[in-house]
Design a protein around this ligand. Structure first.
Ligand SMILES: [Zn+2]
Ligand SMILES: [Zn+2]
Length: 219
């Protein structure tokens, strides 16, 4: 895994954050500075030592609440044998991997700690002791930071909605990112939305064919 020293500015993936909800995802340029915590690597020493009794459980409660930046990278534990280095969320019967997600923990106004979900495993299995300010931030964690309206999320955040029936919704070309509105009106009865979308995307992006996804914008 890529190593980043604790409390350095986050540069692991792009300059946007994607938060997952039950209905879909929100993507935005953060209104907060991101500070790394827990990006450990076998090539670098890390702080170990006692942490408060409640700490590991509190950290696990933050994983998935909400889930951030899913599948931007694969985070394996380099301190476990390679055949067990893909760590599961213990609450999920091995169905959900910590390797594919991150967490955000508000530190102070305008500053957010950014950690791989694997940080829970480092603490509980390898005695990793994160910086004291991170421990304190976990103790007072409030998942409401991700509920809009939120001072942490800009008003131009964009959302992608799962499984929505297309009816005048925004589509986005997967290849070039160009967005356009799908015009799906009752005046075209019997016409399947998917073929309409494909036709309209071909008009908008002649080079890209039919790779598109639903895309909504908060207004
Ligand atoms: Zn491990
Ligand atoms: Zn395109």
């Amino acid at each position: 895994m890529t190593y980043f020293a604790d409390l350095t500015p986050y540069t692991y993936s792009r300059d946007d954050d994607t938060v997952r909800y039950e209905w879909g995802t929100l993507n935005y340029r953060p209104r907060y500075e991101r500070l790394n915590v827990g990006w450990l690597d076998a090539s670098q020493p890390f702080d170990t030592g006692p942490v408060p009794d409640w700490f590991a459980d509190a950290l696990l409660d933050i994983v998935g609440n909400p889930s951030v930046n899913e599948r931007r990278g694969l985070h394996l534990c380099e301190f476990c044998p390679s055949d067990t280095s893909l760590i599961a969320d213990p609450r999920s019967d091995g169905q959900s991997w910590l390797a594919f997600r991150e967490i955000r923990v508000p530190a102070r106004p305008g500053v957010m700690f950014a950690a791989p979900a694997l940080v829970w495993h480092y603490v509980s299995a390898h005695d990793y002791r994160p910086p004291a300010e991170f421990v304190e931030a976990v103790q007072r964690y409030d998942a409401d930071w991700a509920t809009e309206p939120s001072p942490w999320i800009p008003p131009d955040a964009e959302r992608a909605v799962w499984g929505r029936t297309p009816r005048n919704v925004m589509l986005r070309c997967v290849r070039c990112g160009q967005k356009f509105e799908l015009h799906y009106t009752p005046s075209e009865p019997g016409r399947r939305a998917v073929s309409l979308a494909t036709q309209q995307l071909r008009e908008q992006c002649p080079d890209h064919g039919k790779e598109w996804e639903f895309w909504d914008k908060i207004r």
